[in-house]
Structure formats: C-alpha cells, structure tokens
Design a binder for this molecule. Structure first.
Ligand SMILES: [Zn+2]
Length: 501
C-alpha cells in the first residue's frame, strides 16, 4: 500500500521509537535476542521504494528552505531504513559468522571477537603484529565474502532508489558537496603531516618501543591507543560524583535522564544514550570500570543526553532524531573534552602532571582526525568504484597515508552509513570553534558558568535542526574550518617533551 507523507511521518516516528527501545534493552542486558525482523515485518510499507519515491517527490516540491531541510532529514532516514531493511539478513549473517569464527594462537582456539581485545592488551610488539596479521587473514577467509555481498547489496539498493551511487544519495539527503570537502581534507593531511610524524615517532617509542624508522605497523598504533598510564587517577567510584559536579557547574543535572547503573551479565560496558521519546524518555547507561577513557566517554554521552532532554517538547519529531550529525556530535565532544582542561583535571583528580595527559590527548586528537579523513576518502572511492577487487590496494593507500604506518587490509570492506566519518570530522571542527567562542564569551572556565549552560540550552531546544555550519557563521566565523582544530592541538604539541614521561 502506497502511503502519503503524513502516514510516512507517523510510521517513521513509531518505528524509530520501537527500534530505539529494542536496541536499548539489548545494550543494557535486559534482552538477549531482539527481534529486529519482527519490527521490519510490521513496517513493510514504510520500508519500501514507494516511500522513498514519495519522500523524494516531497523534497523536490518543498517550497521553503525550512521545508526542504525537513524533507531532506526525512528522506535521509527513509533511505537509510530501506537500506538496513534490504541488507538486514546479510548483516545478521555477518554478525553470526563473526561470533562463530575462531583463530588458532599459541595452541589455543580463540573466538576472533575476543582476539581483538587480546591484541589490544598484548604488550609484546612482535606478538601483537603477528596476531593482527592472523586476524586480518581470518577476516579475509571467513567474513569478507559476506561483507562483499553486503556492499554489493547496498549498491544495488542505492541504484534501485534511483541514485547513481551512495555519495550522490548522501549529497541529496545532506545537501553537501563531498568532493570539495575531500579536497579540503587532503590539505589537512598535508599540513599536519610533519607535526604528526614527529609526535608519532615520540609516542611510538614510548608505547611500542620502536620509532617510525623501524617499519611501524598499525599494531604499534594500537599500543598508543591502549595507553593506560593515566587510569589510576580516574577511579570508578569517583566517576558519578565528578560528573555530577561537572554538569552542575553549568546548571545541568541528571534529574530528567533515566540512568541505568545496574550491573547485568549481558550488559555492554561502553556508555550509551538512547533517545526513545525525547525530551521525556532519554536513557543513559554506564558500568564504570574507571580510567580516563571511561570518564571522557561518559562525559560525551552525557552531552548527548543533556541535548536530548533539553529539546522543546513540541519540536517536529524529525529534528528530535535526525539532522546534522556535525552539530549533535560536536556538542558531545564539547562535554567530552572538558576532561582535557587543565583546571578541570586539577580540581577533579589528584594528577600531579596533567600536562602529560593533555599532550597525549592533543596527539590523539590529530591522530583520530587523520584516521577519520583516511576512512572518509577511502569510502568516497569504495562507493563509486566499479570493481570491489581493486579496493584492497586503495584501502592500504588511504589508511597508510593517514596513519603513516603499515596497514593490513582485512577490514577493507567495512564502512559507515551516511558517511558518518564526514559527520564526525565536521563535529570535531565545530566543537573547537564553539569552544573558542564560549571561552571568549564566558571565560576559559566556561564549564563552571551557569550562563554557559543557559547558552547551550538555547542551542539544544531545536534538537538537530540546526547545522553546525550555520551556527559557526552565527558565531562570527566564515564557516567550519580545520585550521582552528589544527591550531588548538598544535599549541599543545609544538614543544618537544623534555623526556619520555
Ligand atoms: Zn556521540
């Protein structure tokens, strides 16, 4: 049955609420097997080419900027839901295969999923590298045939919806020129390369025992990311009091957020937010294990939760859930990175030398940005290529250029939907520009100011309706720019540390 726009909107609203609730129950360990296909079955008419056509037509006929913006977000969600629906079975098969696949290591049979964690925690450099190569080989043998099928299915769905390729679809639903964005991102790689290499060499020596000249590999980068030397200053029992104190400074509280702190055997340890019916039903879960990542990760999710609970109740449901990722993730980074503020670290922890942590975070910020750029530039090719078999070399090229170390290619058929990587890149740029503007308005300790919280609330009321690009223009910038991001982190990295800390 062909639906009109009004029914599509209604159905999409209840479909999203049902799925959010279902994923939440699985995440916090309340339900082991969730019936996603049952939900798909219930919303067959919504998840159809007819709905995509209706939404595309509505976008073409929209006669105001506001309406175009609304229909674009709606079309983005309908096309995404359609692709998830048609590839759902293959996705499930990949998950099953990943759960079943094992590797033989040191005479033991180890599930490949757990092997990932084991690689991360392996202190010996040679072993770590061999383990990573083994994992890559096993992905190639067992999982990549299915991933190949998934990419082909997605490409077919995109063609069926009437688009030349996935980049063209994202261009229409996000109203962005990804080609010129790609050129801009290439320039970030170039202008940060020398500073990045110099600091990479330092952190490789520190964490992996070898420098860049000794054929560094992605397994050496894993050792840098694993860094646990600051964790003792972030004990699990102090997490909640510290977070409460932090957000109280800006006049926020956890009152309106449904907190899940219970420990259940199947509960995932990563914090997560679920906006089931914002602003009234917003859920935030965590199982504190302690460590810097735990604190900063939870601050990130708190940023999301505060954004959702401060949305206007009568806001168009579309903007409660969808819109610019650059804005919503940027706000979350704003909260997350309070944890690399020197005054905050001195006030909330017993750290003797917070500068070491701040410097490390600054390096990670450059590394993660370069990684996102590598992933984005690679996906621009993945989604437009005619022959997937040529992509392994392109993956190697893009990931090695971004990271400046050798890379295995077992993951070359993984990708993110809606070009998330580009959204996260925009979010990172937005966060720095918003932060600088807030520091200018409220002082460098803006995170202690109630006025800063009031200002953030004025951004939160409209949900995801506002685009990061437009907000920075209102703040007086000419647009989003990576030069502010680069400038901020270079400041922390430009002085060579005196000795290995
Ligand atoms: Zn986030």
């Amino acid at each position: 049955m062909k639906m009109n726009m009004e029914t599509i909107c209604e159905q999409l609203n209840s479909y999203t609420t049902e799925l959010e609730d279902l994923y939440w129950r699985n995440w916090v360990g309340l339900e082991d097997n969730i019936d996603i296909s049952g939900v798909y079955g219930k919303y067959k008419s919504l998840l159809s080419l007819d709905s995509v056509d209706t939404a595309r037509k509505a976008l073409t006929e929209a006669d105001s900027v506001e309406e175009q913006h609304r229909f674009r977000a709606l079309l983005g969600q309908i096309t995404l839901s359609f692709m998830e629906f048609v590839s759902g079975e293959t996705q499930q098969e990949i998950l099953r295969k990943e759960a079943q696949t094992t590797v033989r290591w040191n005479g033991k049979t180890i599930p490949v999923r757990y092997f990932r964690v084991k690689i991360f925690n392996e202190p010996d450099r040679d072993e770590r590298r061999q383990m990573m190569e083994l994992r890559s080989e096993s992905e190639d043998r067992f999982i990549n045939p299915l991933r190949n099928e998934l990419v082909e299915r997605m490409k077919q769905a995109v063609t069926d919806m009437g688009y030349a390729n996935y980049i063209e679809l994202c261009k229409e639903t996000q109203d962005r020129d990804f080609n010129s964005f790609a050129v801009d991102m290439q320039s970030f790689l170039e202008t940060t390369e020398s500073l990045y290499r110099q600091n990479l060499d330092y952190y490789l020596k520190l964490f992996s025992g070898v420098g860049l000249s000794e054929k560094a590999h992605s397994s050496d980068i894993a050792a840098i990311m694993r860094c646990s030397r600051f964790d003792a200053d972030f004990p699990p029992e102090r997490l909640m009091p510290v977070l409460e104190k932090t957000i109280r400074g800006m006049g926020f509280s956890f009152d309106k957020i449904h907190l899940d702190l219970e420990n259940r055997p199947q509960k995932k340890t990563r914090p997560c937010v679920s906006a089931v019916k914002p602003p009234d039903d917003v859920r935030l879960t965590l199982s504190p294990v302690g460590g810097f990542e735990d604190y900063s990760g939870f601050l990130h999710e708190t940023g999301h939760a505060l954004h959702f609970t401060n949305e206007r109740r009568d806001l168009d449901f579309i903007f409660k859930f969808w819109g610019d990722r650059g804005f919503t993730e940027g706000v979350a980074y704003l909260f997350q990175n309070i944890a690399m503020n020197e005054d905050w670290l001195r006030e909330m922890t017993d750290m003797k030398k917070p500068e070491d942590l701040i410097r490390y975070c600054a390096f990670m910020a450059i590394l993660r940005f370069r990684r996102l750029v590598g992933s984005f530039l690679y996906q621009m090719e993945l989604f437009t290529c005619n022959d997937l078999s040529t992509m392994r070399d392109r993956y190697k090229f893009h990931f090695e250029r971004a990271h400046q170390v050798e890379f295995d290619t077992g993951d070359y058929l993984t990708f993110d939907m809606e070009l998330y990587s580009a959204g996260y890149i925009r979010a990172r740029m937005f966060e720095i520009q918003l932060r600088e503007s807030m520091a200018h308005k409220f002082g460098s300790d803006w995170w202690r100011q109630k006025d800063a919280g009031l200002y953030l609330k004025t951004l939160f009321v409209d949900g995801r309706k506002k685009r990061a690009d437009d907000i920075v223009r209102q703040l007086g910038y000419s647009g989003l720019s990576h030069s502010f991001y680069q400038g901020r982190y270079e400041r922390f990295l430009k002085n060579k540390p005196e000795k290995l800390f």
